[in-house]
Structures are given as structure tokens and as C-alpha cells.
Design a protein around this ligand. Structure first.
Ligand code: HEC
Ligand code: HEC
Length: 330
């Protein structure tokens, strides 16, 4: 083993909490205040899952498989996943932590209309969305074993949460608000990156692997999330980073540093947005509600970001699961 790899493994062991502990082992950070009247959920722990005698053992098995797919999504690499991500790389605490993109709200608020694709979505379709964008892939078939397992895991995380309650405390990644500061700076972001992030995520943003296994996920380039992913929005990345990174020292960056480094990361190239029309500027305009928060289709260093045919390791642009649909009940 090279010295660099040994260092990476030591770092991984120090900082990356083993999945089994993650639900209870949040590094103490000052969490934002919940809005008045918000429903604040406490996701159940793995321990509770194992001890809950009201669950049929078959259901427990399916939930555990869903959890395993969520934490180790690389087992679907080359089939449904074409980058280095696992769901839990962004949804910290196995998708259970408030303020770090808890995933269970999708189980209690869907089916609902979603602006991103302009129709009523199911839980499976929402999960498929993260496969299409964040995982730069395509989703398991609706109703398949994998989808059932993932859905069961999301629903179990929602245990005892009210259905169609939309005032959910700590949902998403947005505590910094969605207004990019006017003085946001690429250069300042680059130096935050060099000082606090490059050690794990690499100078080239490609993350680190040891013996083919992802230890630190990619932040840009072919093995990262694509241009249509929620975290490609600067405010989403800034909020994620501010509360969760650098790993092991979350909360150590100022808000300004988080904005600058999010701006820097999301100014780098990554796989094409699956909604690409052949022209990034046009695609940006068509999905401006989303892309007004990203740098996609804007000019930077003499180039239009996202103007290319690179889909990363994915051998197609648009996954089947992104088909638009409408309902004709009459
Ligand atoms: C000690 C190693 C380490 C450092 C330092 C670190 N990260 Fe991370 N980062 C990780 C790991 C590991 C994950 C996946 C988290 C998980 O699975 O629980 C991650 C996840 C991420 C993600 C979401 C997943 C992805 O790949 O897009 C972003 C964004 C990110 N880090 C940004 C940053 C930024 C910005 C900094 C510097 C301010 C930083 N990280 C510093 C290890 C690190
Ligand atoms: C690169 C980061 C990233 C990865 C990897 C990722 N997601 Fe997400 N996910 C997001 C972001 C960003 C959002 C939107 C949060 C927001 O609106 O602020 C989101 C939202 C969701 C939601 C909706 C939550 C809600 O509040 O309704 C679900 C469900 C979800 N993801 C499931 C998954 C699953 C399952 C996987 C793995 C197959 C996955 N995600 C992988 C970033 C990621």
C-alpha cells in the first residue's frame, strides 16, 4: 500500500462513522432553529428496527435491504448507478438527519405535484429522480425488489410522522436561504477548497478510492453528480457543506466560506443534465426555475458550462424513468 493510501484509510477510519452508528452518532453541531409550528421528526434507529417485535421478519428483511442499498449504492454500479455516489453520501445519517436532506418526507408527502417534472409523483418516482440526477443513472424498475426495498426503508424512517404534513422542520438542504450572495467569489472558494477539502476529495475533485472502493466521493467530473442534480444548485450545496463538511469538523466553515466553496465546486464540469436539448443555454431557459440556482448554461472562463455531449460513464443521456406523464381520467 502506498503511503498516500494508508493516510486515506486512516482518515476514513477516523472520520467516516460506521453506518451502524451513524443514526446516533451525529457530531455535535449547532443546528439551525426550527420554524414555529414545524413538525420535528425523530427518525427511528437501526437498534429500534432490530428490536421492534411488531414488524414481520419479512418486512424487517426488506427494510434492511433498502437500508443496505441506500448506504452502499455502489452495488448497483453499471446497472442503475454510473458515478461514485451512494445515497447516504448526501443524505447524512442514512437519510434520517434533519437539516441534511432527510428522505422520509417523500414517504409522507407523496403522491404530490412536483414542479421539477410537472406532474403528480409517487415515492418511487421521487427515488427515481435521485437515481437519474444525483447518481447519474437510471432507476430500478418500479415495483422491482430494489424499489420495494428502498420504498420500505423510506417509509420506515417516517414511522409515526403525520401524512401530508408539509411544514416539516429541517427538510432539504436550505437553511442558508436560496439567495447567492452578490460578492460570492470563485477564487476565495478555491482557497477554501484547497485548505479544507482537497485532502479527501482530491485536487481534481474526483474523490479517492482505495482498492476500487470509494472512500471519498467525487465533487465534480465524470464520477460525480450531473448538472441536473439538486446539489448542483449553489444554495443547496452551500447549505449541505455548511452543516456537514469538512467531514469530522462540520460547522467549522463560516456561511461565506460555504457559499464560496459551493460556487467553486458548482463551477466545475460534470456529466450532462439528462434534460439536455443539445444546447445548454436553451436547456437552462427551459428549466429556469431550477437552473437559476445553478451555473449551468452560463458563460465562465470563455466557455458555456454544460455545453458538451459528455454523459460521464453513463452510456445514454435520458433514462426511461424520466418520461413525462399526464393523467387522463375522463
Ligand atoms: C476527512 C475527509 C473529508 C473532508 C476534509 C471533506 N469531505 Fe466532503 N465528504 C467526505 C465523505 C466521506 C463524504 C460522504 C459522506 C458520507 O457518506 O457520510 C463527503 C461528502 C461530500 C459531499 C456530498 C457528496 C458528493 O460527493 O457530492 C460534498 C458536496 C462535499 N463532501 C463537499 C466537501 C467540501 C466543500 C469540503 C471542504 C469544505 C469537504 N467536503 C471536506 C469526506 C470529506
Ligand atoms: C449528490 C447528492 C445526492 C445523492 C447522492 C442522492 N441525493 Fe437524494 N436528494 C439530494 C438533494 C439535493 C435533494 C433535494 C433536497 C432539497 O430540496 O433541498 C434530494 C432529495 C431526495 C428525496 C426527497 C426528500 C424530500 O424532502 O421529499 C428523496 C426521497 C431522495 N433524495 C432519495 C435519494 C435516494 C434513494 C438516493 C440514492 C439512490 C439519493 N437520494 C441520492 C441529493 C442527493
Amino acid at each position: 500500500m502506498t503511503q498516500a493510501n494508508a493516510l486515506i484509510l486512516a482518515l476514513a477510519a477516523t472520520f467516516a462513522a460506521p453506518a451502524a452508528l451513524a443514526a446516533d452518532a451525529r457530531v455535535p453541531i449547532k443546528l439551525p432553529a426550527y420554524k414555529d409550528g414545524a413538525y420535528v421528526h425523530q427518525a427511528p434507529t437501526l437498534d429500534e428496527l432490530m428490536r421492534d417485535e411488531s414488524l414481520h421478519p419479512e418486512l424487517r428483511k426488506v427494510i434492511l435491504k433498502g437500508r443496505d442499498l441506500f448506504e452502499n449504492t455502489q452495488q448497483l454500479r453499471g446497472k442503475y448507478v454510473f458515478n461514485d455516489m451512494s445515497c447516504s453520501n448526501c443524505h447524512i445519517g442514512g437519510g434520517g438527519y434533519n437539516w441534511s436532506g432527510p428522505v422520509w418526507p417523500a414517504a409522507t408527502t407523496l403522491p404530490d405535484y412536483r414542479g421539477k417534472n410537472g406532474h403528480v409523483n409517487s415515492l418511487e418516482e421521487r427515488i427515481a429522480g435521485c437515481f437519474a440526477y444525483s447518481m447519474n443513472g437510471t432507476s430500478p424498475v418500479y415495483g422491482s425488489d430494489e424499489m420495494l426495498a428502498l420504498s420500505a426503508y423510506h417509509q420506515w424512517l417516517a414511522t409515526k410522522a403525520p401524512v401530508y404534513e408539509r411544514k416539516i422542520g429541517g427538510r432539504g438542504f436550505n437553511h442558508l436561504g436560496n439567495k447567492i450572495p452578490e460578492d460570492v467569489s470563485y477564487e476565495a472558494g478555491q482557497s477554501v477548497y484547497r485548505d479544507n477539502c482537497a485532502l479527501c476529495h482530491g485536487d481534481d475533485g474526483a474523490g479517492k478510492k482505495v482498492d476500487g472502493k470509494v472512500v471519498f466521493p467525487a465533487l465534480w467530473g465524470d464520477t460525480s453528480y450531473n448538472w441536473g442534480a439538486g446539489i448542483a444548485r449553489v444554495y443547496t450545496a452551500a447549505s449541505f457543506i455548511h452543516l456537514n463538511m469538512p467531514l469530522g469538523k462540520p460547522g467549522s466553515l463560516s456561511e461565506k466560506e460555504a457559499w464560496n466553496v459551493a460556487w467553486y465546486i458548482n463551477s466545475q464540469e460534470r456529466p450532462q443534465d439528462p434534460r439536455y436539448t443539445g444546447d445548454a443555454r436553451e436547456t437552462r431557459e427551459k428549466h429556469l426555475g431550477f437552473h437559476k440556482h445553478s451555473r449551468y448554461g452560463t458563460e465562465f472562463n470563455g466557455k458555456v458550462l454544460g455545453q458538451h455531449d459528455n454523459t460521464g460513464e453513463k452510456p445514454f443521456l435520458k433514462p426511461e424513468s424520466l418520461k413525462s406523464r399526464s393523467f387522463n381520467f375522463d
